[in-house]
Design a protein around this ligand. Structure first.
Ligand code: PLP
Length: 235
């Protein structure tokens, strides 16, 4: 059970966050319904995720399968069916689990992972929306494919029968000015649209930099702390 006060707190946070998205969209001369909020529930209990769904927040994000799989199962058992977005680094051996509950995978960053997700989605009889995660600074140890390889990976995803190429995703590199990072991501988004013009989603922007991401064309912002509150430091 979520206490009444926690629910109120989440409602307030959601309202404030949605207003901030509307303001950033309007500053950028964009329609606010062109930006989709993904509430990143990682490290927060399933009860918080359930409360968000009840408050009308249908898109939820997670970054670790070990945490996401049981949370998704718990909500499904309650009859709550959010749209789950997997946004974290993903090992191939987790593809089968992730493909069983996720509707979107934002972090497809290499061909073997794309192939494993495609095979897993096929085995589950599902289709998965896939974004090419880009490593804007080329430090692939933090996830993402190098800028030079974005198009080839997009082609591989577009050819995969159970994956739907939807666009690009990135995290602004540490120490980079967000505007510079998201401008480079916009160039990568253009390359992906050259593979499939319908693959126009740009997943960019976290709690600290989402206004800059919206200014640069983000269609999905992934916000954790703004909606849920500060997290305990992760192990
Ligand atoms: C945790 C996380 C977010 C949300 O970060 P906040 O700073 O809490 O908004 C967004 N994207 C990814 C990939 C994450 O892991």
């Amino acid at each position: 059970m979520t206490t009444r006060s926690r629910r109120d707190q989440l409602q307030d946070n959601l309202n404030r966050t949605r207003e901030a998205i509307v303001a950033a969209s309007s500053d950028a001369g964009r329609a606010s319904d062109s930006v989709r909020l993904i509430a990143v529930t990682k490290t927060f209990p399933a009860a918080d995720a359930a409360a968000l769904v009840d408050l009308g927040q249908a898109d939820l994000g997670e970054n670790r399968d070990q945490e996401a799989a049981p949370k998704a199962a718990e909500l499904a058992a309650q009859g709550r069916e959010p749209v789950w977005h997997f946004v974290g680094r993903l090992q191939r051996n987790k593809a089968r689990s992730v493909a069983s509950y996720a509707h979107w995978v934002h972090s497809v960053d290499r061909v073997p992972l794309a192939d494993a997700l495609d095979a897993a989605a096929t085995a589950h009889g599902r289709r998965l929306n896939a974004l090419v995660q880009v490593s804007l600074d080329g430090d692939v140890s933090r996830g993402g494919t190098p800028v030079a390889e974005v198009e080839a990976l997009a082609e591989r995803i577009a050819a995969a029968p159970s994956l739907v190429l939807k666009g690009v995703m990135a995290v602004a590199p540490l120490g980079w000015e967000p505007g510079k990072a998201f401008a480079l991501l916009a160039e990568c988004a253009e390359k992906v649209r050259s593979v499939d013009p319908a693959a126009a989603e740009v997943s960019a922007g976290m709690s600290g930099d989402f206004a800059a991401a919206i200014a640069a064309g983000a269609t999905m912002v992934r916000l954790g702390r703004n909606v849920l509150g500060e997290r305990e430091p992760m192990a």
